[in-house]
Write a protein that binds this ligand. Structure first.
Ligand code: HEC
Length: 139
């Protein structure tokens, strides 16, 4: 009796595993609601890494904490404001000596990051299975 039960449980789990694996492998990983990264933004990402902006800044709360979070700096403060900070520095942020092209590229990258979501999330919903979904995220 127990052997039959064990086989039944094993088969049920195995079938669930196969179905779930098939679903995961075919669902894809494209984030369809976000426009693909432009060449300029891609270059800007390299600039962001080259000057190690993450040492002081965060995206989605992750990074260094000397400067503010930059996830939504473009919609909150604007591209001109950001370019000015990056070009000239302030008393608290060093002027890192970026070329004008690098400034344009890194601002394009900040614009791309800005479109990926909102941080901290303003409207969110906890799904029945325990994950948090932003309301502007159609996933
Ligand atoms: C040594 C630490 C440090 C590094 C490295 C750094 N920043 Fe900053 N950044 C700061 C600080 C501190 C501020 C806040 C300055 C102020 O308010 O005077 C700031 C402010 C900013 C702002 C304005 C943000 C706001 O909300 O007002 C932008 C945009 C910015 N930094 C972009 C960058 C980029 C892009 C890089 C890399 C090229 C970078 N920073 C590298 C420390 C840094």
């Amino acid at each position: 009796m127990t052997t039959i039960n064990n086989r039944l449980i094993f088969s049920a789990l195995f079938v669930s595993f196969v179905i779930y694996s098939a679903y995961i492998y075919t669902a894809g990983t494209e984030a369809t609601h976000i426009a693909p990264m432009s060449e300029e933004a891609r270059h800007g990402q390299q600039v962001y890494q080259k000057y190690n902006c993450v040492a002081c800044h965060q995206f989605y709360g992750l990074g260094g904490y000397i400067g503010p979070d930059l996830t939504n700096v473009i919609s909150n403060r604007g591209a001109a404001y950001s370019s000015a900070f990056i070009t000239a520095g302030t008393a608290r942020m060093p002027n890192l000596g970026l070329s004008p092209e690098e400034v344009v590229a890194v601002v394009a990258y900040l614009g791309f990051v800005d479109k990926t979501g909102t941080y901290p999330p303003e409207n969110y919903e906890v799904t029945w299975f325990g994950t948090v979904r932003q309301e502007d995220d159609p996933q």
